[in-house]
Ligand binder design. Structure first.
Ligand SMILES: [Zn+2]
Length: 335
């Protein structure tokens, strides 16, 4: 009976492993575009007027006088591959496209909210140094401001802002995502996307804080920032939500959740059957640790991991205590 049950489990886990492998391979075999439409920022001649007219929905994130002709390496949609146009380029191992516009200004330059909204993220974020993201529900857009200064004053998450409110300052080249060894020229990485940050996951091509991506940013709902601001248009009901399947957007998080859930349950079944608490207890602690790391990356699957990890750890402790009692009550079995 138990042999039959055991065989059933291994067949199931084999099948599940195969499915996961196929999904992973399908993900890896994805075709990425050779080029994407890229565009220079739209003329900012009227930036002063735009910045000073409070009746308009948008303004530029920098003082108008500071934006003119000061583009750094990144146009919207441009690839990271070095070219005659772009000599100050990153040497990424794979081709990626820029989802924003970069405005090169000195460290300490003031950065302003482009429209009324709510700060959905304000914190350190890898290559961004300090990153601020503002949701603008009235336009169904969010705006992203990267390479801000961690050491200077800045607004925190959850704050309501009005168009033109000061939110932070540009960072120095050793704190804006760069370091003393690899300094990064002070500049604002400025992106605008359809939807709100909560619509997007933290990992994969659809991640909410993405600055560079392998797919064309236009196909992932990123907009050309200067085009949005110079148009000053908000369609009725806001910018349309991109039409994209649930799995495309959340597939990676679901994959992580599935792997850990199936793996965790499998370990518990195996540990209980073999009466080996070490099979559950220590992996359980590792899963909790993974959950904590994922949490700091704002992954939605973090909660699943914490629950699975806690169940594994608790099961391991119960098993450990049971085996301890068992050994005490029947020492002859240890021989
Ligand atoms: Zn950039």
């Amino acid at each position: 009976m138990s042999t039959k049950y055991g065989a059933k489990i291994s067949n199931t886990s084999l099948l599940v492993s195969l499915i996961i492998l196929v999904v992973l391979l399908a993900g890896c075999s994805k075709q990425y575009p050779e080029t994407c439409p890229s565009s220079t920022p739209i003329g900012l001649i009227d930036a002063d007027e735009i910045a000073n007219d409070d009746s308009l929905p948008f303004r530029f994130p920098l003082d108008a006088s500071t934006i003119d002709g000061t583009l750094f390496f990144g146009w919207f949609g441009v690839s990271n591959e070095c070219s005659p146009n772009i000599t100050d380029c990153y040497e990424y191992p794979v081709r990626q496209y820029h989802a924003a516009e970069d405005y090169q200004r000195p460290a300490g330059t003031a950065v302003y909210a482009i429209a009324d909204g709510r700060i959905s993220f304000s914190g350190r974020a890898g290559g961004y140094g300090w990153l601020i993201i503002i949701d603008h529900p009235q336009a169904n857009l969010y705006s992203l401001y990267g390479h801000l200064s961690p050491s200077r004053w800045k607004l925190g998450s959850g704050k309501e802002v009005k168009r033109g409110d000061l939110i932070a300052y540009l960072g120095d080249s050793d704190e804006n995502g760069g370091s003393a060894d690899e300094p990064l020229e002070p500049h604002l990485h400025f992106g605008i996307r359809a939807g709100q940050t909560a619509d997007y996951p933290t990992r994969g091509e659809w991640r909410f804080m993405a600055g560079w991506m392998r797919l064309c940013p236009q196909d992932l709902a990123w907009k050309q920032p200067s085009a949005i601001i110079t148009s000053q248009e908000i369609p009725a009901g806001g910018y349309p939500q991109p039409e994209v399947g649930f799995l495309t957007r959340w597939g990676f998080e679901l994959l992580i959740t599935s792997i850990y859930t199936i793996g965790g349950v499998g370990m518990i079944v195996l540990g209980v059957r073999r009466k080996l608490h070490s099979l559950i207890l220590f992996p359980g602690i590792l899963v909790i640790a993974a959950g904590i790391v994922f949490h700091s990356n704002r992954m939605a699957s973090t909660y699943t991991l914490l629950v699975i990890g806690l169940i594994m750890t608790a099961s391991g402790i119960v098993l450990y205590r049971q085996s301890g009692r068992h050994h005490l009550s029947s020492p002859e079995r240890l021989k």
